[in-house]
Design a protein around this ligand. Structure first.
Ligand SMILES: C[S@@+](CC[C@H](N)C(=O)[O-])C[C@H]1O[C@@H](n2cnc3c(N)ncnc32)[C@H](O)[C@@H]1O
Ligand SMILES: Nc1nc2[nH]cc(C(=O)O)c2c(=O)[nH]1
Ligand code: SF4
Ligand SMILES: [Mg+2]
Length: 254
């Protein structure tokens, strides 16, 4: 056993986290906190394989040499080295961060520094640290992704979050490419009517970018607004684009 493995066996708070990116300050480009200044920590590894995933490098092996095994303390140190005293919010994304029980130590340390936390997950896995996150985004995947939602698991995650004591913001955010995705989204909203609900424009060009990327995304957003406007069962929903994609395209680390 290596020295670091021995240390982590003795003290779970030093158990390493597989990290692909630490970046910011930037803005949260999606969902309920769109536009808010935040830092990002992106973990490696996902239990899904979405056909249109814009972060395939977290799970397809193409960035395996970039994965760093960092302790919670090392991640916090890197966040402050990058952001100094300019931030008070960190978004944890992936991959699926909910694969990692040891994220609890990062969440604890961020809160100890007075930092607000957000997480992005597809709602396929539970960890107890999820109830300590201030902004939880659940993003179950529609048919166009090629994935299938386990609604028993999602039901239990939503119920545990709604029942847990303490204050947190929760939303369901579904990426929409077509009518079939919209039908899926309507069913999900009917199932969890009390959870704030967001439709997000799908970006079909995640590996290459045509010259008219922005205008084609804006057309997709306009279509989403038009459809949302017509639907009587989505009176209280929001439609949003990915703001960071409009500003920076598919650039990493923004
Ligand atoms: C890369 S995922 C990582 C977190 C988690 N695995 C999830 O899917 O929620 C972050 C967010 O990006 C969204 N996303 C991924 N690919 C996208 C695409 N091509 N167009 C629009 N949104 C996308 C996901 O649905 C999710 O809400
Ligand atoms: N600016 C910015 N906002 C984001 N919101 C969710 C992201 C993600 O990949 O999870 C993301 C991202 O990668 N960049
Ligand atoms: S669940 Fe998220 S990270 Fe995983 S493949 Fe789908 S979009 Fe990508
Ligand atoms: Mg992204």
């Amino acid at each position: 056993m290596s020295d670091s493995a021995k240390i982590s066996a003795a003290d779970p708070s030093t158990r390493p986290i597989p990290v692909l990116e630490v970046f910011g300050p930037t803005i949260q480009g999606e969902g309920m906190s769109i536009g808010r200044k935040t830092m990002f920590v992106r973990t490696a590894g996902c239990d899904y394989r979405c056909s249109w995933c814009d972060s395939k490098f977290t799970w397809d092996g193409s960035a395996k040499d970039e994965i760093r095994m960092l302790s919670a303390a090392e991640i916090v140190e890197e966040l402050f080295a990058l952001g100094g005293n300019t931030f008070d919010h960190v978004t944890i994304s992936g991959g699926n961060p909910l694969l990692l029980p040891q994220m609890s130590f990062l969440v604890q340390q961020l809160h100890d520094h007075g930092i607000r936390t957000a997480v992005e997950t597809q709602g396929s896995r539970w960890q107890d640290w999820l109830v300590r996150i201030d902004e939880v985004t659940l993003s179950p995947k529609p048919p166009s992704s090629g994935m299938e939602t386990d609604f028993e698991v999602l039901d239990s995650i939503v119920a545990r979050l709604l029942e847990a004591s303490g204050r947190r913001d929760i939303c369901i955010k579904i990426v929409i490419f077509d009518e079939e995705d919209l039908n899926y989204a309507r069913d999900v909203h009917k199932r969890y009517p009390d959870v704030p609900f967001i439709l997000q424009t799908g970006n079909p060009q995640v590996s290459h970018e045509s010259e008219d990327h922005v205008s084609s995304l804006l057309h997709r957003y306009e279509w989403l607004i038009d459809r949302l406007s017509e639907l009587p069962d989505l009176k209280d929903a929001r439609a949003l684009p990915q703001l960071h994609t409009l500003v920076w395209g598919n650039k990493r680390g923004v």
